[in-house]
Design a binder for this molecule. Structure first.
Ligand SMILES: Nc1ncnc2c1ncn2[C@@H]1O[C@H](COP(=O)(O)OP(=O)(O)OP(=O)(O)O)[C@@H](O)[C@H]1O
Length: 232
């Protein structure tokens, strides 16, 4: 099977700072993958490389077998940790903006998901709370019919009860022939939806493994593993 995402020996520096070093991984369709790491470990950089927003200094990245370019970007839906929408927009403008911009934007799915998320067409984006804004960004990202979804800290601002609802939305609305990569610190809350996890530390890949394998063969929860790897 052609991986949705294949990264081979990727490296990225910002000035003297090495953000990623020699990262190699594959992500297959039908998988929800947690990208885990402490602050500054390189999660956002990895997502931006996969989204084609930042070029790697070394190595290669392919999306569904295609090198990064116009075609690969059309296959990738990125939810950044900061909104892509403009402050003057209302919810309906944001959805229309995405529909104009992305040929694969599914308006019916967006409408259903906005309602599930408790968002109203007429809500001004600047008046939304951080958590409601995240719901909007998530709705916009998941309403595209992409092959690779990259969600950077999708539930950081959402309260614990709403988190459950949002995780359910992710499970309901993601399509099974795609791959979803979610970066997060909130391992306890979100680990139930992961099929596998990728751990990065100081820009290096520490491990990519099935969640069941970690639980059964290592006898650990993902949180325990996270604490062990990132102990300070
Ligand atoms: N544009 C940039 N210019 C300079 N340094 C950068 C830039 N982007 C990232 N870095 C550095 O690269 C490293 C990795 O950053 P990155 O944002 O990828 O980490 P992260 O795991 O997403 O962190 P967090 O969980 O805190 O969001 C950090 O040391 C960061 O300071």
């Amino acid at each position: 099977m052609v991986p949705v995402l294949e990264i081979t020996s990727a490296g990225k520096r910002f000035g003297s700072k090495t953000a990623l070093s020699d990262v190699t991984l594959k992500a297959q369709p039908g998988r929800i993958i947690g990208l885990l790491g402490s602050n500054g470990s390189g999660k956002t950089t990895l997502m931006k490389l996969a989204a084609g927003l930042v070029p790697p200094d070394t190595g290669e990245i392919r999306i569904c077998g295609e090198p990064i370019g116009t075609q690969s970007k059309g296959l990738t839906s990125f939810m950044p940790d900061k909104p892509l929408t403009e402050p003057w927009m209302r919810v309906r403008d944001a959805a229309a903006f995405y529909a104009d911009f992305y040929a694969d934007f599914d308006k019916a799915k967006a409408k259903e998901m906005l309602s599930f998320m408790g968002l109203k067409d007429n809500d001004k984006i600047t008046s939304l709370s951080k958590g409601m804004n995240e719901r909007l960004q998530l709705t916009l990202a998941l309403s595209r019919n992409a092959k690779l979804y990259l969600l950077d800290e999708p539930i950081g601002g959402v309260d614990p009860v709403a988190r459950e609802k949002i995780l359910d939305a992710i499970l309901n609305y993601y399509n099974e022939d795609s791959c979803l990569i979610i970066s997060t610190h909130l391992v306890t809350d979100i680990e139930r939806i992961f099929d596998e996890v990728i751990l990065i530390k100081d820009g290096r890949l520490i491990l990519q493994e099935e969640v069941d394998q970690i639980r059964m063969a290592r006898g650990k929860s993902i949180v325990d593993l996270f604490k062990e790897v990132y102990a300070e």
